[in-house]
Write a protein that binds this ligand. Structure first.
Ligand SMILES: Cc1cc2nc3c(=O)[nH]c(=O)nc-3n(C[C@H](O)[C@H](O)[C@H](O)COP(=O)(O)OP(=O)(O)OC[C@H]3O[C@@H](n4cnc5c(N)ncnc54)[C@H](O)[C@@H]3O)c2cc1C
Length: 336
């Protein structure tokens, strides 16, 4: 098969490496030239549980990319035990794409047997999602001689974060679906970073819609009288947790599922919905908070279980307090 992968982000790059190792397809990759210092967008930083296994599957050594192992995070003053890592995403993507033909031109879909939509929030080739739920984010990499900590401050369906990349480098960022909250969180980050030096900064979006509201995952593009099948992976098909906005490991997993079910659109769709059914539950909790309803223990249970799967050891009461924090009113007049 001649395959075009649109989008050289984490999901597209990981799919390329899987296909290189496991098939004889001819693969070409398309993306936009990024003007960010690190050369990609979004840069992101944190990988949840499952990252090591995914890299080992493509014969890559996780420790070559891991920057810091985090064993705790302070969420609004409360210490939560975690087992997550920060990693060098630009380097990982560059290594996954070693030997790949990457084009920064317009993709002519008629030249291919299949197009993969790995274009993240753009979802440039699959049909648009009705009632898409996307939050706006901004982040910067900073250097600081003073320790900035390892922390999260909750906002209205969003949060600000500060995570270490080394002894004197940090990722500091924030995101929310709500404009007032976005600005309030940006002020918190300004305080956190006041004694630091900004190395680079960028903006981005996170789709927290969830896969169950992001169908179809497979469709056809009809162009010049011909029809080309398009298969989506990663954030293009909503593979992101709605509560924490974690899309790196899920995006890589979706690429794995595509390879497993590459000839059967129905099985592929079913496998994505099955693998990420926890995201549907998270989305339900987000909707409840967004409707202004108080989260209860049932919602906390959803978060607690999903957080554990992602590498966060959180109790039921702590989970409930985090959910209440995500409903915090920061003047929710405008919603993106
Ligand atoms: C600020 C920020 C911080 C985040 N932090 C984390 C985190 O710490 N941990 C975590 O798990 N997740 C995090 N996320 C979410 C995570 O980054 C994404 O879910 C994940 O990168 C999705 O991977 P992807 O490959 O599907 O899409 P992307 O990484 O968005 O890649 C899509 C690629 O497609 C390209 N593209 C777009 N349109 C076109 C087009 N028309 N033609 C060709 N190419 C196109 C883009 O340029 C991009 O390179 C963060 C997101 C943001 C915005």
């Amino acid at each position: 098969m001649k395959i075009a992968i649109a989008g050289a982000g984490i999901a597209g790059a990981y799919l390329y490496r899987l296909l290189q190792n496991e098939s004889r397809d001819e693969i070409q990759i398309y993306d936009h030239q990024h003007t960010t210092k690190c050369g990609i967008s979004p840069c992101a930083w944190g990988a949840t549980a499952g990252f090591n296994e995914l890299l080992k599957q493509v014969d890559m050594e996780p420790e070559n990319y891991i920057l810091q192992h985090l064993d705790h995070v302070i969420i609004d003053g409360t210490e939560i035990k975690v087992d997550i890592v920060t990693f060098n995403k630009p380097r990982l993507i560059s290594d996954l794409l070693k030997g790949a033909a990457v084009y920064y031109t317009t993709l002519n879909t008629t030249k291919y047997d299949r197009v993969i939509d790995a274009t993240g929030t753009s979802r440039a080739y699959l049909p648009p999602i009705e009632n898409d739920l996307v939050l706006l984010c901004a982040q910067s990499r900073v250097r600081s001689d003073k320790p900035l900590g390892n922390r999260v401050s909750l906002g209205y369906i969003g949060y600000a974060w500060c995570f270490p990349l080394s002894d004197n480098a940090y990722h500091v960022g924030y995101g929310s679906i709500n404009e007032s909250s976005f600005h309030a969180l940006s002020e918190i980050c300004k305080i956190w970073k006041r004694d630091s030096h900004t190395v680079c900064a960028c903006e981005g979006k996170i789709r927290i819609t969830c896969p169950h509201h992001s169908t179809p995952f497979v469709d056809n593009i009809t162009i010049q009288g011909g029809s080309v099948p398009v298969w989506g992976i990663g954030e293009a098909i909503g593979c992101v947790g709605s509560l924490a906005g974690d899309g790196i490991v899920p995006g890589m997993k979706s690429a794995q599922l595509l390879v497993q079910h590459r000839d059967d659109p129905e099985k592929y769709t079913h496998s994505i919905l099955h693998e990420f059914k926890w995201m549907k539950n998270e989305r339900r909790v987000v909707d409840k908070i967004h409707r202004g309803e108080k989260p209860g223990f049932g919602d906390a249970w959803v978060f607690k279980n999903n957080a554990r799967r992602a590498g966060m050891k959180i109790g039921l009461k702590q989970a409930l307090s985090v959910l209440k924090g995500l409903g915090k009113s920061m003047n929710k007049k405008t919603t993106y």
